[in-house]
Design a binder for this molecule. Structure first.
Ligand code: HEC
Length: 382
């Protein structure tokens, strides 16, 4: 494993060099445009950067293939444990809120050597039901660097070994003719509301190219099933569609919610609190008020995104996670998941999951690539 970490370090170093040069290319860094205190910037206009890459399903994707669609871009990578889960959580919430079928959500991986389309596919799956409008792009490192500087942002070292790359928390709105129209800080609730409004009204500004693949209207799905399913199951569906598992299925990102109900929770600052229904409700509505010890304020507030009834359903589901036996198997169960020792991703184990045995212990991997890397370090190292 040690040999593996060194290799990762070198690779990230090379990546950072690219981004530093990207910063130099961007003559007018957006940060200076935004100024202090301004968390979003609308009515911008410049040409969005060109790129070519692969989507999570292996299909080629480029700025040309997005013509005619307004799109919202973000920068993330799958090994990132704090900033990116929050960005992705916000993006998924936007997807729920913006129900125009022609819009696209485009997440560029800033760690493309690691984030192959396959890895990105696994990452997307963690975040709940597929929205076909969401594309995760794996492109060459220099392409990603050019895209970052094309959006006038740079990515630099964070100084935090757990999150080696600090990438921008800005989301960009591009209209259908390929013009950047606004930059919005995903950590700012007001900016996110502005983005929702702007994205709902922005022009496609070029001939309509609405095709059969545009017929997604994910927000309607949720109501249909509600009448029949039980409260817990409705809560579970909501938990999945809000992308809660994107963080809570990985204990390095967020605490496991299994068995939470009725426990004493150690909070940041040394106090403890009993996890009753009210605590769970507050955790969802105002997560930064009571932080679980060992975790930062990564979780977004869902106050604006769920109704009182939906909040109750979520609480009912989280509460039900305490009983490990009986009832339907909850979606958030960690019983059949393993951590990939090479890339650190949570892997849901099925018959097809790549696996290896070393010293009598079984290991599971997110991809053949990771398994091969793991096996290589085994034969070279130690
Ligand atoms: C972006 C990552 C992220 C997402 C998405 C997320 N959470 Fe969290 N959640 C966290 C983190 C980190 C903590 C621990 C820090 C804190 O208390 O806020 C947490 C804490 C909690 C707690 C308290 C847990 C405890 O052990 O006391 C509950 C309950 C919870 N989340 C429920 C949810 C629900 C329900 C959703 C979906 C609506 C959700 N979370 C979405 C990151 C996330």
């Amino acid at each position: 494993m040690h040999a593996g970490s060194t290799k990762v370090g070198v690779r990230l170093g090379a990546l950072l060099a690219i981004f530093v040069s990207g910063l130099l290319v961007a003559r007018q860094p957006l940060a200076s445009l935004l100024g202090s205190g301004r968390l979003g910037f609308r009515q911008l206009s410049w040409e969005a950067p060109q790129f070519q890459g692969l989507a999570q399903d292996g299909r080629p994707v480029s700025e040309a293939s997005l013509r005619g669609h307004p799109w919202i871009s973000s920068f993330v990578f799958t090994r990132c444990l704090t900033a990116c889960p929050l960005i992705t959580a916000k993006l998924r919430l936007l997807e729920r809120e913006i129900d125009r079928p022609d819009i696209r959500f485009v997440s560029f991986s800033v760690d493309p050597d690691f984030d192959t389309p396959e890895v990105l596919r696994g990452y997307a799956a963690k975040w709940g039901p597929t929205d076909s409008r969401w594309t995760l792009v794996s492109a060459d490192r220099h392409v990603v660097g050019a895209v970052a500087s094309g959006f006038k942002v740079a990515v630099g070292p964070s100084g935090d070994p757990a999150d080696p790359i600090l990438q921008t928390s800005l989301l960009f709105l591009v209209d259908g003719s390929g013009q950047v129209r606004g930059a919005y800080d995903s950590t700012d609730a007001t900016a996110m509301r502005e983005l929702r409004v702007d994205a709902s009204s922005v022009d496609r500004s070029s001939p309509a190219t609405r095709g059969p693949s545009d017929s997604v209207a994910p927000s309607a799905q949720q109501d249909e099933t509600e009448a029949t399913a039980s409260r817990e199951m409705r809560g579970r569906d909501l938990f999945a569609s809000l992308g809660c598992g994107g963080c809570h299925d990985d204990a390095r990102v967020a605490p496991s919610l299994r068995g939470l109900y009725g426990q004493n929770v150690a909070l940041e600052g040394g106090s403890t609190v009993r996890a009753n229904a009210l605590y769970i409700q507050d955790s969802i509505r105002a997560p930064s008020r009571l932080l679980v010890a060992g975790y930062g304020p990564t979780m977004p507030s869902y106050a604006d995104f769920v109704s009182d009834e939906q909040l109750e359903l979520l609480v009912a589901f989280v509460t039900s996670l305490s009983s490990s036996e009986g009832g339907p198997e909850p979606a958030a169960t960690r019983a059949t998941t393993e951590i990939d020792p090479e890339c650190g991703m949570t892997v849901t184990v099925t018959d097809n999951t790549p696996r290896a045995t070393r010293d009598g212990k079984h290991y599971f991997f997110c991809s053949d690539l990771c398994r091969d890397r793991f096996l290589r370090t085994a034969s070279v190292g130690h």
